[in-house]
Design a protein around this ligand. Sequence first.
Ligand code: ATP
Ligand code: MG
Length: 423
Amino acid sequence: MKTIRLPIAVNKIISRLEHAGFEAYAVGGCVRDSLLKRNPDDWDITTSAKPAEVKKLFRRTIDTGIAHGTVTVLMSGEDTLLTGERGYEVTTYRIDGEYLDGRHPSSVTFTPSLHEDLARRDFTINAMAYNDRTGVIDDFGGMEDLEQKIIRAVGDPEQRFTEDALRMLRALRFSAQLNFTIDPDTYQAIRKLAPNLSHVSKERIQTELTKLLMSDHPDHIALVSASDLAPYIAAHFDEAFDVPSELAAPSPYIRQWMPDGLPGEKYLRWGTFLRGVPVDAGRILRELRMDNDTIKKAKIIAALFQEDLPENMYEIRKILSVIGYEAYGAFLDADECLCRDVFGEESAFRVEKIHTVRKHIQAIREAGDCISLKELAVKGQDLIEAGIPKGPAVGEMLHRLLEDVLRVPSHNTREILMAIARP
Ligand code: ATP
Ligand code: MG
């Protein structure tokens, strides 16, 4: 019997439910990840107990989604060496009602059957349950699919994607996180039902795409285009895949647009992906309800890919003044990954240039050169006292001074800058 080491708190929850006469199991992603020897993010529990019964058995609970059968049970983290409490979602066995809008089940019905609860889940690898008494409950061949590295819908894929179109993107996302392939029938159903994705909210789409791009195999993003989902993500999204053919290396999935080894920043993953559509990058991310900080940085990253590498110290300081050390360093790392992964041997020249830029950045940092208004030796107040009228003129002058200092760092003294600024 295959065993999984459940956290002490999870075992406690399961035992308490069992002692009260109910069934209870760890279920879904945590079982999948444990079997893959990956660390589960969170532990979900499925039980025959109704929410009110769960609440009676535990001292501290939160009504997370009573209507859907979910109660969060708070347990102290003695097995994680954490001092605080941790929440575990305990959800009653349920069958999802009809999905009238392809988004939300119109109702949920509780069921006494674990099998039925597993049957409503999206993929075979996500439809396994476990406790120490029974071992793994695997009614849909999830173990075998884990071994074969296959994402396969539970039941009839067309029906399952018609119920909830987000599952199509989830299939791609899991394929990227786990480096699995999508079963041919499941994949065909995605291609057929791709237009249904237009019913899904942009936030949910963005969450899945971000997880895909942040995974160890972001090149699976190419599946979004290959499966015909791209036109239903956002306006102009599909153009992100229109890469000049000389830049497109062959790969298992049409082409490799995202290199291996990219730094794990969200803005960088998105900016790199959208480098073919720098003008639309901001609009696409806004439509997908991305946060403003990520949009701002991703736009700059996408644009940087279009430009030649800087030739001199001034150009480097200028870029640093716009995006800062961290993001520019991440961009150079991404550019280098791309050179090695996508462009091939002939990119050695560009890699050398990247190394030179990094050396210059290091020198700029060590010299403590001013690269932002914050570090400028004069402030707005100094300019006003020197007679520059309050208002936009002050900001304009500060930027002019910064521009001067970016060219000649030794100008960053009060005397020199005030001499330049005095009307
Ligand atoms: P992770 O949390 O690592 O992203 P996960 O498998 O835990 O992966 P969740 O979104 O947390 O994914 O969902 C938990 C479980 O609920 C899944 O494993 C699956 O069994 C089920 N599930 C989640 N979303 C859906 C859905 N849209 N349709 C069917 N079942 C789903
Ligand atoms: Mg989860």
